[in-house]
Write a protein of this length. Structure first.
Length: 228
């Protein structure tokens, strides 16, 4: 939460004081990273194991995620699986029925670990949780040295805002879950279709993470088993 507020301050200063409008181009970088790390890896490889991410991608994806705006994979997956158990009903822990601040802070809460017993046996994800702050700091520092501190702040901010907004955009019936929105924003917009079959590695027709990454690795298209 504190890091997110700091990134807002940095981005605001760059845009409003320094008139660094080129920084806005990093929105596309942040969105691309979100589609890979959050949608393809966290959501569809770890939380719902619909495709097998090779270790040469799984290890770096796991350790850089924290420094780019994602919670550790264990609490992230616990929250999301609980959402599937109580989708937009009593017992759900995030969604449009809650405030923006609640949804912003939810992945920092102590999760219900009964939903992630399988992940608690994975040494990589346990290591990520144990050394989360260290790896997040290393990633943030490395990104800042390579591209700039303001650029890292913008990407981090974009990642966090995307995750929160999707809890509204993908759940609210007033917002169409169509192909154009999926193309311009995120395939996570196919919320209802995903809940019909959470073990489908492809969320919908227009699914960039699927076409660019997931389809090249062992995956399931029409699995019927889930986590409840």
């Amino acid at each position: 939460m504190g890091v997110f507020l700091m990134t807002i301050g940095v981005v605001g200063y760059e845009l409003l004081v320094k008139s660094n409008w080129e920084l806005l181009l990093w929105y596309f970088v942040g969105t691309g990273i979100m589609l890979v790390l959050s949608s393809a890896f966290y959501h569809r490889s770890v939380c719902h194991p619909t495709w097998k991410c090779p270790d040469w991608l799984r290890y770096p994806f796991t350790f850089i995620s924290g420094g780019l705006g994602l919670a550790a994979v264990i609490p992230w997956s616990a929250v999301h699986r609980q959402h599937h158990r109580f989708s937009d009903e009593e017992g759900d822990v995030h969604g449009p029925q809650f405030s923006f601040m609640h949804n912003l802070k939810i992945f920092g809460h102590i999760p219900n670990l009964m939903y992630v017993r399988d992940l608690l046996r994975d040494k990589l994800y346990l290591a990520q949780a144990k050394y989360y702050l260290i790896w997040a700091a290393i990633t943030a520092a490395a990104f800042s040295l390579a591209f700039g501190f303001a650029e890292w702040a913008f990407v981090y901010m974009t990642m966090v805002i995307h995750q929160v907004l999707l809890l509204y955009v993908g759940h609210m019936k007033s917002i169409p879950q169509n192909h154009l929105v999926a193309l311009l924003y995120s395939p996570e917009i196919y919320h209802d279709k995903h809940h019909e079959n959470m073990m489908n590695s492809r969320l919908g027709l227009v699914d960039l993470p699927y076409w660019l990454l997931i389809r090249w690795f062992p995956h399931k298209l029409n699995g019927n088993k889930g986590h409840g």
